[in-house]
Ligand binder design. Structure first.
Ligand code: ADP
Length: 600
């Protein structure tokens, strides 16, 4: 081997930074020094053995073994005393070792009367030590040569014989031993190099993963903040638009307002999709299983899609198996989202014909299956693979006028998979598509749901009866929100309810007002400077004011599981922004005392 194994270039070729190389180099050196210390013990033992052997055989070649023993002990003491510093540990260590051994050799060699002269094995011994210390055989060879010559010169000068007895056996033994040790050391060095390179690489991968994770977290935080920031002005836009819709007598103005409402809803669904996707990608999406009535989910889907199909003159049929258990356990919000997305797509991408939705439940496998068939544009076989990619919209020219982001299917499939299910698609281009959603759901109440259409009719009747019933002149509510516009919108929305609405711009102000007056419901915003909503509620509870008064959390973080989270924090319920009038009304009807709500 021409060059030392610990060649800097070798590391640099492997793409290591200089600092990483130095680090690895130091570690290998430290390892080598430890190994040499162990070798020294072996050498001392060997020395003693040879010494004893020579005594038994009565040869006179004792000095070399004395030197071996003394040298080995000295090396070991050096190892213990001298802790190599960072930088050039092994070299300095090695020079120091050699100097010591040499010194002993010289002292012994200039005492011809008392001790035998060292044999050539001493020189052999000297020559293999450095080799194993630091893998620089050539440099060390030079050093040994000079050291040996000095030794020879001194010996001659002091008239002592240098090669008293040509102990060829010993020389050979030590040379072979040195050679074997050198090879062994080199192999170890190679192994060590790869080991440390691997460690450096792992470190680099870890670092890269950390950086990527941080970037991802920053992205998620940015999206969450952005969505929050957008929701706040959207609250004003949608709320005020609602007022225009309600109050304007102008047909044109009403039409514009209706368009704003629909565009607002689209914008909100895009923001929600982006937020969902970022949550899924950062692994933060959590399912919140609750017991839910299957019929209520199906009702919502029919209510939210049937009109759209009718507007496009599409036949909309819903076949719901009667034996579906009436109550299932799963993430109701996400199930609704997935089913709604597929049904909405079927309507969006169908121009004539109809949509068939078939819902059934396999009790053995506990799987809720929804098959959505449409007679729409269909999907080309070559596009099928891209269908579930994010931001992928197929047939761009044909679908130019159809609103969409290409996120829905990606989110739906990932959600379905999180629920232990799947979404499969079969399609014939130009004829239509069949989407099959399978979701694993636990059964909470196995009683069969029965005729779904009857339930729907009943629910619709109840809904009609419930319409705009909010009229509560003897009630007083407190709205705590740092954003004046939000308070204004809420006042507008509840203008006809005759409710006495009081407002506070901070948690502290709200607490003061609660101490002074009685309220029937408290609407408490979450993100406020100073005290947050949760902190304000804690204060309210600690100071035992407003006991028994329902406290509704108002928040722009529309996350799944938010309701459960707020209820856990002590809130009575939760309302997400932008506030939709129907939801506000529903929640107030639920929590305002019935006695205070006379019929209008
Ligand atoms: P988008 O917001 O564009 O609807 P999706 O992720 O829901 O996003 O759908 C991705 C693409 O898949 C759509 O742009 C459309 O090209 C295609 N697609 C989805 N559903 C259907 C369907 N029922 N029939 C034909 N093409 C569909």
């Amino acid at each position: 081997m021409k060059k030392s194994l610990l060649n800097k270039n070798l590391f640099l070729y492997c793409g290591l930074e200089k600092e990483q190389f130095d680090n690895i180099f130091d570690k290998i050196m430290e390892r080598n020094v430890k190994l040499v210390a162990r070798c020294n013990i072996v050498i001392v033992i060997l020395g003693i053995l040879f010494f004893l052997l020579n005594m038994i055989m009565d040869t006179e070649n004792l000095a070399a073994y004395w030197i071996l023993v003394i040298g080995g002990v000295a090396l070991y003491i050096y190892r213990v005393l001298y802790k190599p510093k960072k930088g050039k540990p092994a070299f300095i260590y090695c020079y120091a070792l050699l100097a010591t051994v040499l010194l002993f050799g010289m002292i012994l060699s200039v005492q011809p009367k008392t001790l035998d002269m060292p044999s050539t094995s001493f020189i052999a011994f000297l020559s293999f030590l450095p080799l194993i210390v630091n893998d620089k055989p050539y440099r060390m060879g030079m050093f040994i040569l000079i050291a040996t010559l000095t030794y020879v010169c001194i010996s001659i000068n002091f008239k002592s014989g240098i090669v008293l007895r040509a102990d060829m056996m010993n020389t050979l033994t030590f040379s072979v031993l040195g050679f074997v040790l050198y090879i062994n050391m080199s192999n170890r060095n190679v192994k060590e190099i790869f080991y440390w390179m691997q460690a450096a690489e792992n470190e680099r991968i870890k670092e890269a993963a950390h950086v990527a994770e941080q970037a991802n977290r920053a992205k998620s935080n940015f999206l969450a903040n952005m969505s929050h920031e957008i929701r706040t002005p959207m609250n004003a836009i949608i709320g005020l638009d609602e007022m225009i819709l309600r109050e304007s007598g102008e047909e044109n103005t009403k039409k514009y307002a209706a368009d704003i409402k629909s565009a607002g809803a689209t914008l909100m669904s895009i923001i929600n999709d982006i937020l969902d996707l970022s949550k899924i990608e950062s692994g933060k999406m959590e399912l919140v299983p609750v017991n839910y009535e299957v019929s209520s989910v199906i009702n919502d889907i029919v209510n939210m899609t049937e009109n759209k199909a009718e507007d496009k003159h599409l036949k909309f049929t819903m076949n719901v198996a009667e034996d579906i258990p009436s109550v299932l356990n799963g993430d109701e919000i996400r199930i609704r989202q997935v089913m709604l997305n597929i049904v909405n797509n079927a309507i969006k991408y169908t121009e004539k014909g109809g949509i068939d939705v078939d819902i059934s439940f396999d009790r053995d496998a506990s799987v809720l299956t929804t098959i959505v068939k449409d007679t729409g544009i269909g999907i080309k076989p070559e596009d099928k693979d891209r269908l579930f990619d994010s931001f992928q919209r197929l047939d761009a020219t044909r679908n130019r006028n159809i609103e969409g982001t290409g996120l829905g299917l990606n989110i739906s499939r990932q959600l379905a998979e999180m629920m232990g299910g799947s979404i499969e698609v079969e399609s014939e281009y130009g004829k239509g598509s069949v989407f099959t959603i399978k979701l694993v759901q636990k059964v909470a109440d196995a009683t069969p749901m029965g005729d779904y259409s009857k339930r729907l009719a009943k629910a619709r009747k109840e809904e009609k009866e419930y319409e705009a019933k909010l009229f509560a002149p003897n009630t007083r509510i407190l709205v705590v929100d740092d954003n004046e516009m939000n308070i204004k919108v809420l006042r507008f929305l509840l203008k006809n309810s005759a409710i006495d609405i009081r407002s506070a711009l901070s948690g502290a102000e709200g607490i003061e007002m609660l101490k002074r007056d009685q309220y029937d419901v408290i609407l408490l915003d979450q993100m406020m400077p100073g005290m947050s909503g949760i902190e304000t509620l804690q204060q309210i509870r600690e100071q035992e004011i407003a006991d028994g008064v329902p406290v509704i959390a108002l928040t722009a973080d529309a996350i799944s599981g938010a309701r459960e989270m707020y209820i856990e924090q002590g809130f009575t319920d939760y309302l997400s922004k932008p506030i939709i009038y129907e939801e506000l009304e529903k929640i107030l009807i639920e929590y305002l005392p019935a006695s205070l709500r006379p019929e209008k």
